[in-house]
Design a protein around this ligand. Structure first.
Ligand code: FE
Length: 217
């Protein structure tokens, strides 16, 4: 996957500092650093804390991974929707009202009995915000970004996911140009379930590929 033209390069400089002190300049608690920045920007009148809170609340709680779960559940329930999603996910999810920051170009990749899909952004943290909300901390970590491509099965094991040896693992590297939504396999024993009930089985991690859906019951 091409990985130039990123829209946010916040982590990239870290790689030029060498192994000895990659993050030595950071205070121990990133939350403190964020709070300090927010305070300074607010005092300078550059940001409105209420607006900031609203944006964070939107992506963390109101959107979260619920939109993505609804998309996956519809794909499970409706073969025509599934086909359309695989053809042009960006258009299909925009039709459902899911678009905006970091959601301009989305590709759906479906797990099958033969193939498991997993998503990473090796350079930073590209992620389909309108479908999954704000990425979890581990998604942005150096360890995940480095290991997901090099040893995906070990990473999956760390997440408690063990796949059959004959199932291929395909890792998709997100960029500013393309972000990915994993459509996990529909759990058995869910025949006739409503879209809403199915959505309740779809976890965030199952849509990144580091988890599997909940099983019924
Ligand atoms: Fe990125």
């Amino acid at each position: 996957m091409p990985h130039d033209h990123h829209d946010h390069h916040d982590h990239h400089d870290d790689h030029t500092h060498g192994e000895d002190h990659p993050h030595a300049h950071l205070p121990p608690d990133p939350a403190l650093r964020v709070r300090a920045l927010e305070t300074i920007l607010t005092r300078k009148g550059l940001i409105d804390p209420a607006a900031l809170d609203a944006i964070i609340d939107t992506y963390q709680n109101r959107i979260g991974p619920k939109n993505g779960a609804l998309v996956v559940a519809r794909a499970w329930a409706d073969p025509e929707f599934h086909a359309a999603l695989m053809r042009d996910a960006t258009a299909v999810v925009a039709d459902m009202g899911f678009f905006g920051r970091q959601g301009e170009h989305i590709t759906a990749v479906a797990n099958t009995p033969q193939t498991h899909n997993m998503v990473v952004c090796t350079l930073c943290s590209c992620y389909p915000w309108p479908l999954l909300g704000i990425p979890p901390g581990w998604y942005k970590s150096d360890a995940y970004r480095a290991r997901a491509v090099r040893e995906p099965r070990k990473v999956l094991a760390d997440f408690g996911v063990t796949l059959p040896g004959d199932k291929a693992v395909r890792v998709w590297d997100s960029t500013a140009e393309m972000r990915y939504l994993v459509v996990p396999e529909r759990p058995e024993g869910t025949e006739g379930w409503s879209v809403e009930a199915l959505a309740g089985l779809v976890t965030r991690d199952s849509m990144i590929g580091t988890g599997l859906p909940r099983q019924p019951g």
